[in-house]
Write a protein that binds this ligand. Structure first.
Ligand SMILES: *[C@@H]1O[C@H](CO)[C@@H](O)[C@H](O)[C@H]1NC(C)=O
Ligand SMILES: *[C@@H]1O[C@H](CO)[C@@H](O)[C@H](O)[C@H]1NC(C)=O
Length: 683
């Protein structure tokens, strides 16, 4: 274990060299190939010996020549974290590990010192772009020699070799990764390995690494590991968003899903002129690209493949005052994100290997657009009966038959999409309410004129028309759409059926994962029954005094117990891109963001990185084959406890999971053995 000792008296007792040497006569050379270091998330494969070494004060990351600035700056950040942190874990090393630990190398001047970590990155120039599906595997070793040529899946033989190796002054640290982004994840792992020595024998401030030699072969189970934050229901400051990125990087998350606009507020500050000089938008000539089918006078006539949808035609309009969306739709003039804010944020996230995927929700959840453009919205704020028109106040949807609706959306996309470098954009499309459109005269009139019945199926066709146009705008801008599950599962939209590369994000129930992948779609999981971090805090409607949160609280154990692949065959499993921890914003702002998200989202992070159980296909450290998947909650508890304190040391206000006494006494706060009778107790 890399846990530093907490109890000083225990430390004093154990670090007596004489005492230690007597223990070292025959240290068990073989440890489980799964690391016992308190790494979070747990690496896929790891094994280690029992010697503790120092990290030299002159320690440096040895980067390839001409490395990309993201790597150079990233390494400097990690070095600062290592040397500026005074974090000492409150979780003690297990008695068994402490017994085996060899600290003879830590003490005074003659101690073994790690002077550098060689960072070997194949794409050191950063030519491979951060995106879905890049190679995220890395190898980290602190060993005497180059690591033995071994399979990615470390087996007992290699581990035995590592643990037995002579371990003298020639030992090295090596990190090998394909891309700079993965190298950053590997540096996080390395940084977690380094602790402040709490031992008397080492000078104060000594940095050390326990359990060397060690070998870690690591890669994630899923390529999409996300956190969703909602900045429309309550405003979150840039400081909060940056801090969230820092915490995400500590958990090896790689996608920030920014649910930026919803009904309550429109916080993106846009420019009036799409073609204006200050906006970074396109000029008039480029605007012509948006003509998808021949039309005269710059008229945009979107192709209607099925002839059953409602067609909207419009001309490009560069004179829509888009600045009014935030000027009138944000909570205040300070509660907005400028284009500069967004661009810098996207860059900051990419510096940490995190993609940012924006979502401007539509056509439901759109009251906030109405302040600037009432004509493109409908059934606004139906107080007190908003529930006829929306799941929560304020009600308001985009009008799918008004030409200006599409001019505004196009204008918003023209300015917003270039700010985000990722291939994916989330198109929203959750909870579209047909009562709303059914109560909208312009919609109903147009349906009647086209002989479209006002049935559920009729409104599906209206929604299909909207979605087809919206997604054509996204695809034309080179983006690949993600949508919430309804367009497929509730509305069976032709647009989705004809574009199987649309990614579906399941949210209402984990059951829907199966339904989605069986139809051939790639899916992002994260449903309310496991991974909604906002559930269970009570209802927030004013006079509903007996109200309850609509979904139950997920504690870290529940979040950790979710298996995104449950019940899927191997072909179906390949369609699961990953998942997200979602924190909707009704009752979240800068004051409680961290506590609601962390460390419960860390549980999600580990499930997505290396799972929640020991895999049945892997061999146990002693060569036995494991016969079934075993949930590893118990083993995870000490690690997540330590990780929580590690995050706190980095100014992330992660909440405690247990009384501190339990953290300091691992295993003593488990569910009791119920048949212990009082007379069984000593004394
Ligand atoms: C729309 O309203 C009409 C008239 O009230 C009603 O007959 C129809 O069932 C409604 N459609 C839907 C999908 O609710
Ligand atoms: C809450 O107040 C609204 C009027 O503002 C009323 O219509 C509704 O019945 C009230 N609900 C409860 C549970 O008292």
């Amino acid at each position: 274990m890399i846990h530093a000792f907490y109890s000083l008296s225990a430390a004093v007792a154990l670090v007596s060299n004489v005492f230690l040497l007597s223990l070292l006569v025959s240290p068990d050379p073989l440890q489980p190939p799964v690391a016992q270091a308190a790494l979070w998330p747990k690496p896929a494969y790891a094994c280690h010996g029992h010697r503790t070494v120092q990290v030299s004060n002159e320690f440096r990351f040895d980067l390839p020549q001409d490395s990309h600035p993201r790597l150079v700056e990233g390494a400097a950040r990690f070095r600062n974290r290592i040397f500026n942190s005074d974090f000492v874990s409150p979780v003690p090393m297990s008695a068994e590990d402490a017994k085996m630990e060899d600290r003879s190398q830590v003490g005074g001047g003659g101690a073994l010192k790690l002077r550098s970590l060689v960072v070997d990155v194949e794409d050191r120039l950063g030519s491979i772009a951060l995106g879905l599906g890049i190679d995220e595997s890395y190898r980290l070793s602190i060993a005497y020699d180059e690591e033995p040529d071994s399979d990615f899946e470390l087996d007992a033989e290699v581990c035995k070799q590592i643990a037995k190796e002579p371990f003298g002054p020639g030992f090295k640290g090596i990190l090998k990764a394909k891309t700079i982004y993965v190298a950053l994840h590997g540096l996080e792992t390395f940084t977690q390995l380094v602790t402040n020595s709490a031992h008397d024998t080492a000078p104060s401030g000594t940095k050390e690494i326990a359990q060397t030699p060690l070998l870690i072969h690591d890669r994630p189970l899923f390529p999409h590991r996300g956190v969703l934050l909602d900045t429309s229901r309550n405003f979150l400051s840039m400081v909060s968003l940056y801090r969230t990125i820092d915490a995400m990087a500590m958990n090896k998350f790689n996608v920030f899903h920014w649910h930026i606009v919803d009904s309550p507020s429109f916080p993106i500050a846009l420019d009036d002129q799409v073609g204006g000089s200050g906006g970074g938008g396109q000029d008039e000539d480029e605007a012509d690209d948006y003509e998808y089918e021949d039309g005269s006078n710059g008229e945009h006539v979107y192709k209607d493949r099925t002839h059953t949808k409602i067609k909207a035609t419009w001309t490009n309009n560069n004179n829509i005052p888009l600045s009014q969306l935030a000027a009138k739709g944000a909570f205040s003039e300070k509660m907005v994100y400028t284009k500069k804010d967004i661009s810098e944020f996207v860059d900051y996230a990419m510096d940490r290997g995190i993609r940012v995927i924006p979502e401007v929700d539509m056509p439901g959840h759109a009251w906030s657009w109405s302040k600037a453009f009432p004509e493109i919205t409908t059934c606004l704020d139906g107080f007190p009966s908003y529930s006829r028109f929306s799941a929560e106040p304020p009600s308001g949807q985009l009008n799918p038959v008004h030409p200006k609706t599409y001019q505004v959306i196009q204008g918003v996309y023209d300015q917003v999409l270039p700010l985000f470098k990722d291939k994916f954009v989330h198109g929203g499309a959750d909870e579209v309410n047909f009562n709303c459109w059914n109560a909208t005269k312009s919609v109903v009139d147009l349906m009647e004129s086209k002989n479209i019945p006002r049935s559920k199926e009729g409104f599906d066709r209206v929604l299909d028309g909207f979605t087809e146009r919206q997604h054509e705008m996204l695809r034309h801008a080179g983006k690949r759409p993600i949508v919430w599950e309804e367009p497929l599962l509730a509305h069976d939209l032709t647009t989705i059926k004809e574009n199987k590369d649309t990614v579906i994000q399941v949210w209402t129930s984990a059951e829907n994962i199966k339904k989605t992948v069986r139809q051939g779609y790639e899916v992002i999981t994260g449903s309310a029954d496991y991974w909604y971090m906002d559930c269970g805090f009570g209802d927030w409607l004013g006079n509903w005094t007996m109200g309850k949160s609509w979904c139950a609280y997920s504690d870290w154990q529940k979040a950790y117990s979710f298996n995104p692949l449950l019940g899927l065959n191997s072909k179906e499993s390949k369609k699961v891109l990953g998942g997200e921890a979602l924190l909707w914003g009704e009752q979240v702002d800068n004051t409680n963001l961290d506590t609601k998200l962390w460390p419960r989202a860390s549980a999600v992070a580990e499930v997505l990185w290396s799972g929640n159980s020991e895999d049945s296909s892997s061999k146990l450290w002693d060569g036995r084959k494991q016969t079934k998947n075993t949930l590893r909650h118990i083993e995870a508890l000490d690690r997540i406890n330590e990780h929580r304190f590690r995050m706190e040391a980095e100014k992330i206000l992660a909440e405690p999971l247990q009384p501190l006494w339990c953290v300091k006494n691992p295993g003593h706060c488990n569910w009791p053995i119920l048949d212990t009778k009082p007379e069984d107790m000593e004394n």
